[in-house]
Write a protein that binds this ligand. Structure first.
Ligand code: PGA
Length: 253
């Protein structure tokens, strides 16, 4: 099945199979270019993928020693030792288990005293790295990518985002189930960094993603569904399990 443009849709039976296939794809990309510059998501979806990458690293099948990793987004205003920080998630699930060099792990500092300046610093770091080779993305139930949230406009550059109610609810699990404890703002890469990535891999699993995927991949380009702009990307791979494909097979084929 091929969506319009140069996009590929890959549907696998389970979330586990999706994680395995995306991990293998990254292993190939790192073998071709050990200096790969990656953007990495957090959330529930990439957990299995990171588990596979760690296992492949332990088997000696992949090294990250010359790669660079950019965190996609970060909650704003949490203390530097708060376990819900996305930086802590990435350390816990990936960085502490693989051989990424500390100096090539790029983190958005959600405790920065001047968040706008932190976004500008991050854009500079991304430019200095030559932009993203691979943007690995999940999709929010509301169509966000990174924390580019639905609204009347989107922003090209890294910015301070106001989190949507739905996003705060989706992240409540990190805050004892209490959406009101989820920060109201976050730092995020903007749409330009994602659309200028040389390859984009959008990963979605589970039935709850089926409706938003249809809107994102087949609907009009609209800032109300930020992921819809990924339709413009010339090298977008969409990785789904059959649950996320849902009833969309005809629409997406
Ligand atoms: P999820 O989050 O993987 O926890 O569903 C996706 C996202 O919000 O980008």
């Amino acid at each position: 099945m091929r969506p319009p443009g140069a996009q590929t849709l890959r549907v696998l039976p389970t979330a586990e199979a999706v994680a395995e296939a995306v991990a293998e794809r990254l292993v190939e990309a790192l073998a071709r270019n050990p200096e790969l510059v990656l953007a990495l998501p957090t959330g529930r979806t990439p957990l299995l993928l990171y588990r596979h990458l760690v296992a492949l690293h332990r088997e000696g099948r992949v090294s990250f020693s010359r790669a660079t990793a950019f965190q996609l987004d970060e909650l704003l205003g949490l203390a530097p030792d708060h376990p819900a920080r996305f930086a802590a998630y990435l350390t816990r699930h990936l960085f502490q288990h693989v051989d990424l060099a500390q100096e090539r792990i790029q983190r958005l500092d959600g405790a920065a005293p001047d968040p706008e300046a932190e976004c500008a610093r991050y854009e500079d770091a991304l430019a200095a790295a030559g932009g993203l080779d691979v943007a690995l993305l999940g999709i929010g139930d509301n169509g966000h990518v990174a924390f580019n949230e639905p609204g009347p406009t989107l922003q090209a550059r890294a910015h301070v985002a106001v989190l949507a109610r739905q996003t705060r609810e989706a992240n409540a699990g990190l805050f004892a189930g209490e959406p009101s404890h989820v920060p109201t703002h976050a730092l995020t890469l903007g749409m330009a960094a994602l659309l200028q990535a040389r390859e984009v891999h959008l990963v979605a699993t589970g039935a709850s993603k089926a409706d938003i995927l249809r809107a994102a991949l087949r609907g009009p380009l609209t800032p109300q569904v930020p992921a819809s702009f990924l339709q413009l990307h010339p090298r977008l791979s969409v990785w789904l399990d059959t649950a996320a494909l849902g009833q969309n097979e005809a629409a997406l084929s």
